[in-house]
Design a binder for this molecule. Structure first.
Ligand code: PLP
Length: 393
């Protein structure tokens, strides 16, 4: 008999948390854990942040949901704020990363039909990409294991190696149906891989030459995590479409598909919709998240503390055989080992740390943007010995 009637979609660790405080979570037995994962890049402000608690409590006492059939002033305010910090034009609100990407994919196809006269639009996507698990976003995702059993996949995607401009140039020479290129500036699920700024600049230029939309999936790396509001800002470019979710509401579900230039002004009433998208509660959470990031200088903190995490881990592990690379940007950190290391997650949990392993052999750390230097010391002092013990001497 199963323990519960939950569908078996997650291999869950045997722990449940009752409450949190800042970067700490507490389980039913009162044991505390340093949270270096933030619910996979979600709890931007940490747990139980007073401003967030106050904002969502106050909003809950006014109105939770009305409908996108009516004006929602908080949504308009949030769209304006997102436009201000991104330099982009329009926002469609939804509830999750895959929904934001689904909107981006639909927009790119719409652009192809309406603006380029392409009947069967193709979107170029990357190896190791992760864009979600709906049928379209799963088809854009590069994980064969995740796709297996769900065929037929959605057509209209063409995959190229990440960071390979020549591959894109070859696509341009051969394929007249391409309407967009979609990528994560920093691949999270794929193993914490970063593209160079020069690659992004050349990609932007290539998109301009061919009239392709540039779509940046910032679901994991956006909202301050890399030390800038959005990952592409490191390269000084601007995409035509950007997708956000995870950290935007600091724990309250909200997603956004943000557009600029040729991608703006395309959708009209009836082209896309979401019942819950951008409801007053979610917008209140996102507005306060962005406000606290700005007022508490959490972008600078993310850069500084992220660098400190990498430096400390490099100091502790660089000479350890089996440690292949320690990389990342801001508070998105990957420690690649030369072997599968999924079991480190349970060992870390036992020791009072929440971490994650992705792509089989990359330890992934995604702490809240409020992580401090003291937290870095606690984290590295706790996790580095576990890694050393795990690797053979
Ligand atoms: C880059 C990226 N895009 C999209 C998604 C999907 O987001 P969600 O789980 O909210 O649908 C994720 C989730 O991990 C992600 O990392």
């Amino acid at each position: 008999m199963p323990l519960s009637h939950l569908m078996n979609t997650y291999a869950r660790l045997p722990v449940a948390f009752t409450h949190g405080e800042g970067v700490w979570l507490f389980d039913e037995a009162g044991k505390r854990y340093l949270d270096a994962l933030s619910g996979i890049a979600v709890t931007t402000l940490g747990h139980n942040h007073p401003r967030l608690v106050e904002a969502i409590s106050a909003q809950a006492g006014k109105v939770l949901h009305t409908s996108n059939l009516y004006r929602i002033p908080l949504q308009e305010k949030l769209a304006n704020r997102l436009a201000e910090i991104s330099g982009m034009d329009e926002v469609f609100f939804c509830n999750s990363g895959l929904e934001a990407n689904e909107a981006a994919i639909k927009l790119a196809r719409f652009y192809g039909h309406k603006k380029k006269g392409v009947d069967l639009p193709t979107i170029v996507v990357m190896e190791h990409a992760f864009h979600g698990r709906s049928l379209a976003t799963l088809s854009a995702t590069a994980n064969r294991k995740a796709q297996a059993g769900f065929e037929p996949l959605v057509p209209g995607f063409l995959r190229v190696p990440y960071k390979d401009l020549d591959a894109l140039r070859q696509v341009a020479a051969r394929n007249r149906d391409v309407v967009a290129v979609m990528l994560e500036v920093l691949q999270g699920e794929g193993g914490v891989h970063i593209v160079d700024n020069s690659y992004l600049c050349e990609l932007r230029a290539l998109c301009d030459v061919h009239g392709w939309l540039l779509i940046c999936d910032e679901v994991q790396c956006g909202v301050g995590r890399t030390g800038k509001w959005f990952g592409w800002q490191h390269a000084g470019i601007r995409p035509d479409i950007m997708t956000l979710a995870k950290g935007l509401g600091s724990g309250i579900p909200i997603g956004a598909c943000v557009t600029a230039g040729p991608a703006a002004g395309l959708f009209q009433p009836g082209n896309h919709a979401s019942t819950f998208g951008g409801n007053p509660l979610a917008c209140a959470a996102a507005l306060v998240t962005l406000d606290v990031i700005a007022r508490s200088k959490l972008l600078t903190n993310a850069s500084r503390v992220g660098e400190a995490i990498r430096e400390r881990f490099i100091g502790a592990l660089a000479a350890v055989p089996g440690v292949v690379d320690i990389r990342g940007l801001g508070l998105m950190v990957g420690i690649e080992l030369d072997r599968p290391c999924g079991e480190l997650v349970a060992r870390a949990l036992e020791a009072g740390f929440l971490i994650n392993v992705t792509a089989g052999n990359v330890i992934r750390l995604l702490p809240a943007l409020i992580f401090s230097n003291n937290d870095v010391k606690t984290l590295v002092d706790g996790i580095a010995p576990l890694i050393c013990d795990f690797l053979p001497q």
